[in-house]
Design a protein around this ligand. Sequence first.
Ligand SMILES: Cc1cc2nc3c(=O)[nH]c(=O)nc-3n(C[C@H](O)[C@H](O)[C@H](O)COP(=O)(O)O)c2cc1C
Length: 68
Amino acid sequence: MNTLVVFYSLEGNTKIIADILAEELDSDCIELKPDKEIPKGGLTKFFWGGKSVLFHEKPTLVNDLRSR
Ligand SMILES: Cc1cc2nc3c(=O)[nH]c(=O)nc-3n(C[C@H](O)[C@H](O)[C@H](O)COP(=O)(O)O)c2cc1C
């Protein structure tokens, strides 16, 4: 069975876990990246997140396949 780990990480926490999973599973790993930068600092990310949910925003993603 082929395994693929697909993840999104704003600040790197999920990336750490995804990389460990992909290593343990000996699988490919794809990081989903939005084409526009999402704010990371302070409370801005929570306002951005709330607005995105409220307006049903779906960012365009650029997939970055890192072969293992
Ligand atoms: C807009 C926004 C909404 C979030 N909502 C939740 C939530 O509902 N439950 C939760 O446990 N954490 C929530 N978090 C916290 C993130 O899950 C946490 O910061 C996580 O470590 C981020 O992972 P990352 O470093 O891969 O981006 C939220 C963070 C942001 C910015």
